[in-house]
Design a protein around this ligand. Structure first.
Ligand code: AMP
Ligand code: GLY
Length: 432
């Protein structure tokens, strides 16, 4: 079958890599893709949010399956557009409709959803822009650190953790009154701080049944030792040592099953990925957030641990036939290291030539922000490459990733030196 994958990041390069391994995939198109996806399939210069052009492209190229990578087209209703357009309604699509994507698109909606369906999560209260006085008064009774969350999509930047009440007051004023995140912060959640270890769990569901993908740990801060500003993610590791069987059983019973049943009860059809951001607090799972898509860079680690044919899984998901599927996961360790542009997540330069790509290995090199300029691959984003080592041990996988990264360079390239080290130390201490 011909497949169209939508998106342009490292997540999409990793999905493309895995999709292309399937004998069920004839031609793979990626819209708009990057210089890495162009090595695997055919890039199409269409924006992820240009539904009309994407729909026409699907008809022209006889696309059977559309896989949506990023959240923006989901939240904007790509599924609703396809289902509501007679000529496109037969096309299989992986990704929820607008109503399901609200799990990610509105933090207030997802919080109410969790409370309604008894999914363990942090206590929170929501304030709207005309309630800033009440919000300030409420903060006086909170115990710091205080978590403030813009309700809407804010490119991964909408969460502020304030160490003091005074700073939380300034921050909430900036969000509600000064509209620091535009419309996204016209509602703000004031949330209890959860103190634990974070991990990401991924589920592929057709709304009735589900498969659980390998879990991963993301490294969100820019600096070693989890310091400095938040980023989209500077690395990922899978499996996660503290996600033992007992913990994952709790995640399934207390989080995954109530989430899928909750969607059904609320009448929300859902065919796609659910990414569950979790805090492990003394062995108990609490949900930090849902996303309606796979994580980036987690996907670049997770895909290398799936032995099953991904296209079979995606097709079954889109058809509502996941009950026929089992997922085969390999026991290898995957360590993904993000090579970023110097200055990211603030101001950075683009357009620098990347050298060493041809000789790079043995780790896999997924492209995130790259493009081709004449005959050279150049940097085109903050996160540029995602390098994934894969080995029987955590150390081995990390070594592979770092050895490969050392062969690649461009002006001001930056990466963290400590991806996976915290888990290696935990492993040495016996897992806890
Ligand atoms: P989000 O944009 O929802 O992914 O949040 C960004 C990051 O903020 C999360 O990955 C957590 O590290 C942190 N965070 C969010 N909510 C909480 C919370 N209630 N307690 C502690 N940390 C949190
Ligand atoms: N790595 C976190 C995310 O994809 O949102």
């Amino acid at each position: 079958m011909n497949i169209l994958l939508i998106g342009s990041g490292g997540r999409e390069h990793a999905l493309a890599w895995k999709i292309k391994q399937s004998p069920r995939c004839s031609t793979l198109y990626i819209a708009p893709g990057n210089a890495g996806t162009a090595l695997i399939g055919e890039n199409v210069p269409l924006a992820a949010e240009d539904f009309k052009a994407l729909g026409q492209f699907c008809l022209d190229k006889k696309i059977t399956l559309v896989v949506v990578g990023p959240e923006a087209p989901l939240v904007q209703g790509i599924r609703d557009y396809f289902e509501g357009t007679t000529a496109l309604a037969h096309i299989l699509l992986v990704g929820p409709g607008k109503s399901g994507a609200m799990l990610e698109g509105s933090k207030d909606f997802s919080k109410q959803f969790m409370l309604r369906h008894q999914v363990p999560t942090a206590k929170a209260r929501t304030f709207q822009s005309h309630e800033s006085a009440q919000a300030l008064a409420y903060l006086d009774h909170c115990t710091p650190p205080i978590v403030l969350k813009a309700d809407g999509l804010a490119a991964g930047k909408g969460v502020i953790i304030s160490p003091t009440i005074a700073e939380a007051k300034q921050a909430i004023h900036a969000m509600l009154v000064d509209k620091k995140f535009g419309e996204a912060s016209s509602k703000v959640l004031v949330e209890e701080f959860l103190n634990g270890i974070e991990l990401s769990v991924f589920v592929l569901t057709d709304g009735e049944n589900y498969v659980v993908l390998p879990e991963a740990k993301d490294y969100k801060r820019i600096g070693d030792g989890d310091t400095g500003p938040n980023t989209g993610g500077m690395g990922a590791v899978s499996p996660v040592i503290f996600a033992e069987e007992e913990f994952m059983k709790k995640v399934e019973a207390q989080v995954i099953v109530p989430t899928i049943n909750g969607l059904k009860k609320d009448g929300i059809p859902y065919k796609g990925f659910i990414f569950i951001g979790l805090m492990n607090i003394k062995g108990e799972p609490f949900v930090i957030e849902y996303n309606a898509r796979m994580g980036d860079p987690e996907t670049e680690a997770v895909m290398t641990r799936i032995d099953s044919d991904l296209v079979e899984l995606l097709e079954a998901c889109a058809k509502g036939e996941l009950h026929n599927q089992k997922i085969q996961i390999n026991p290898h360790y995957a360590v993904t290291l993000i090579m970023a542009s110097g200055g990211y997540p603030d101001i950075f330069e683009k357009g620098h030539a990347i050298s060493g790509l041809d000789a790079a290995g043995p780790a896999l090199v997924f492209h995130a922000g790259t493009s081709r300029k004449d005959n050279t691959i150049v940097t085109a984003g903050g996160r540029v490459l995602a390098i994934t080592g894969n080995a029987a041990t955590l150390d081995g996988a990390a070594r592979q990733a770092y050895e490969t990264a050392a062969k690649i360079s461009w002006k001001d390239a930056y990466y963290r030196q400590d991806i996976s080290q915290d888990l290696a130390q935990l492993e040495k201490r016996g897992g806890r």
